[in-house]
Ligand binder design. Structure first.
Ligand SMILES: N[C@@H](CCC(=O)N[C@@H](CS)C(=O)NCC(=O)O)C(=O)O
Length: 295
């Protein structure tokens, strides 16, 4: 559904809040001063003439795609995807309270887990894989540059699908189970914990072999949304579970390549500016999430 905002203005205008008043827009801050602002939210550069979302006639325009990013969470994937695609989006930041989502995030969706996006006044969507697919197809021209299609070959397509779904189907649940048992203080020699840690090591070794094999990205030589999906589990997730990746050379080489991507660095700077990304892509675990320190 179109969300009609008829604007007839000649002066520079913000694509996000649609105001030409610097005092109103971003509370007077420029994106330079506040890196969390969306990349296209800038009174300085967006004028009605330059901006396809803003019409100088009374034509309806579509409200921006909004990424609701719970800081230090899986929604970093969505900020990253938007940056890789170079699309216009609004970024809203939320902080954990103290570990789970705050009430303002719970109000967005019944599950209240990140990521959540809204698009116009009729779409609210959660679940990383659904959100990624939606953004690629609705805002990213099908995401040709970031997916492998059957036309690339059945084997290549099958590899891509496998690794894309390996993330939330196998790796992230294995990380989550190990994280819960560690945080609950279950002893290392407890049978259940040993089983869970073994399954996690199995998943990481499998991933490590794959990355040694490709020497590049998860699906092969092409960077895809499978990479956008998996990196959280290897970086930010370790702020909840101090896992050392030093023994997995393939994963370490891969994280080095991820850390070299401008889109990734830009996304992390906007979404989680306090996070030390250089540390997160190394073997030793990054700094523990503050609310969990000492637990
Ligand atoms: N399978 C879901 C998992 C979402 C999820 O568990 N998100 C965590 C952040 S990493 C969260 O929001 N936790 C806070 C809460 O549930 O209150 C997805 O990929 O979107």
């Amino acid at each position: 559904m179109l969300n009609a905002i008829a604007i007839t203005l000649r002066e520079p205008i913000c694509t996000v809040c649609s105001t030409s008043d610097l005092g109103e827009c971003m509370k007077g801050q420029s994106q330079k001063e506040d890196p969390s602002r969306p990349s296209k939210c800038s009174l300085a550069v967006d004028t009605p003439d330059q901006n396809p979302l803003i019409s100088t006639t009374a034509t309806p325009v579509i409200m921006p795609l909004t990424v609701h990013h719970l800081q230090v969470s899986q929604s970093e994937r969505i900020v990253w995807l938007c940056e890789e695609l170079g699309i216009t989006y609004e970024l809203k930041l939320y902080q954990r309270s103290p570990v789970l989502s705050p009430p303002s995030y719970l109000a967005l969706h019944p599950i209240g887990a990140a990521p959540v996006i809204t698009d116009g006044d009729d779409v609210t969507l959660a679940e990383s894989e659904a959100v990624v697919e939606y953004i690629l197809n609705v805002h990213g021209n099908g995401g040709d540059n970031f997916v492998v299609k059957p036309s690339a070959g059945r084997k290549e397509y099958a590899e891509y699908l496998y690794w894309l779904h390996f993330v939330n189907g196998t790796l992230q649940p294995a990380m989550g189970r190990a994280c819960s048992l560690r945080l609950a203080g279950v002893d290392e020699d407890n049978n259940q914990r040993a089983r869970v840690e073994n399954k996690l090591h199995q998943a990481l070794s499998h991933l490590d072999n794959r990355l040694k094999q490709t020497g590049a990205w998860l699906a092969g030589q092409k960077f895809t949304v499978a990479d956008v999906m998996i990196v959280f589990s290897l970086t930010t997730m370790r702020r909840f579970m101090p896992l050392d990746l030093g023994m997995y050379e393939g994963i370490l080489g891969y994280l080095g390549r991820v850390g070299g991507r401008e889109g990734y660095r830009r996304a992390m700077k906007k979404g989680d500016p306090e996070m030390d990304v250089k540390e997160a892509v190394k073997g030793p675990p990054p700094e523990m999430f503050a609310a969990l320190k000492g637990k």
